[in-house]
Design a protein around this ligand. Structure first.
Ligand SMILES: O=C(O)CCC(=O)C(=O)O
Ligand SMILES: [Fe+2]
Length: 348
């Protein structure tokens, strides 16, 4: 502890560098995305300011006026409910263990997002960009690209999931423009890096948990997301919590017509931790089944992520070595997904 003499006596102060401690948030900000679509320069500047603040102080926020049709969202949730209601055998037919790139179904407890815990109480279906096996990046070993696995049905499942995915890709490009403005960069700064994005959509089903709950076995254990940002749609059930700088869990309930967006680790690395990749978890104590649809958006497999020049200076030296988007996500998957081992031979 250092001491500072004032006219009214001595005060103690911690020697904690030049930056002020962030104010711990107690609720999540709401960002109006309308300006990114209507192009008015003044309101865009306001959006950039609001977004910068949300990403710096919280790392979690709601977005409204996102232009995603409610019918596409409702369809995706209906599809998720029908999919998870099937018999286990049906779902296991497209199990992730049959995929090199984590596409398909994973059962309860097969994911362990927090490696110190005992497995997550959710089941999931993962899909991402459809890339053929003979694509040049796939043959060169870019293991996160590849084909999806689809359930055998009348095609409705694939149709509604792909419709939702297409909306998320469109929205992510707009959101990335807003992030660039928030970083005082040109709006299209990141555009060349996202034409073949590592972008994964998950359907999640959380059964309710009753009685006394061991915090090592909850819906999804405490974690940060790996990609640039996540766009999350929740059904009507509140279960998501975000950790503030005081170490307190803050509730992030669903708001009708809004998505929750959170900054991921790749964006934190790009911004040298100016934007914060906030830890979160979900516990479904509602007594009802819960469904959510996170969409994780990161740049192309080979895009190099390193601290942006504008986020590095003498008092904030670069904290991260350059790494490709693919290597980063790959290493995180290997740590948290029981069936993920890109070095092994997979048979469909
Ligand atoms: O379901 C939720 O509310 C959160 C999901 C999540 O954090 C994730 O899948 O990374
Ligand atoms: Fe997450």
């Amino acid at each position: 502890m250092a001491k500072l003499n004032t006219g009214n006596g001595t005060r103690l102060l911690k020697d904690s560098g030049l930056d002020a401690a962030p104010v711990p948030f107690d609720s999540l900000p709401v960002i109006d995305l309308a300006p990114i679509f209507n192009g008015d320069p003044d309101t865009k500047t306001q959006l950039a300011t609001d977004l910068r603040r949300a990403c710096t102080e919280v790392g979690f926020f709601y977005i409204k006026n996102h232009n995603v049709p409610q019918s596409v969202i409702d369809d995706a949730f209906g599809t998720a409910r029908r999919f998870f209601a099937q018999a286990t055998d049906e779902k296991m037919a497209i199990h992730v263990a049959k995929s090199k790139n984590n596409r398909g179904y994973a059962a309860l407890l097969e994911e362990n997002t927090d490696p110190t815990a005992r497995g997550d109480l959710h089941e999931s279906f993962d899909m991402a960009l459809e890339v053929p096996e003979d694509d040049e990046d796939v043959t060169a070993g870019a293991v996160l690209y590849g084909p999806n696995q689809w359930p055998e049905d009348d095609g409705k499942f694939r149709q509604s999931v792909e419709a939702y995915y297409a909306e998320m890709i469109k929205l992510s490009h707009q959101l990335l423009h807003a992030f660039a403005l928030a970083l005082e960069l040109e709006e299209d700064h990141f555009d060349d890096l996202v034409d073949k994005p590592l972008a994964t959509l998950r359907l999640l089903h959380y059964p309710p948990q009753f009685g006394e709950i061991d915090d090592r076995q909850i819906g999804i254990g405490a974690h940060s997301d790996y990609e640039c940002f996540t766009i999350l749609c929740q059904d009507k059930i509140s279960a998501l919590q975000a950790l503030n700088t005081n170490g307190e869990w803050i509730s992030a309930p669903p708001l009708p017509g809004h998505f929750v967006v959170n900054v991921g680790d790749q964006m934190a690395r790009w911004t040298n931790d100016l934007f914060t990749s906030t830890i979160h978890r979900a516990i479904n104590r509602s007594g009802l089944e819960r469904y959510s649809i996170p969409f994780f958006f990161g740049p192309n497999y080979n895009a190099v992520i390193e601290p942006l020049e504008s986020c590095v200076d003498e008092t904030h030296p670069a904290r991260y070595e350059p790494i490709t988007s693919g290597s980063y996500v790959n290493s995180r998957f290997a740590e948290t997904l029981a069936h993920y081992d890109p070095s092994k031979e997979y048979k469909l």
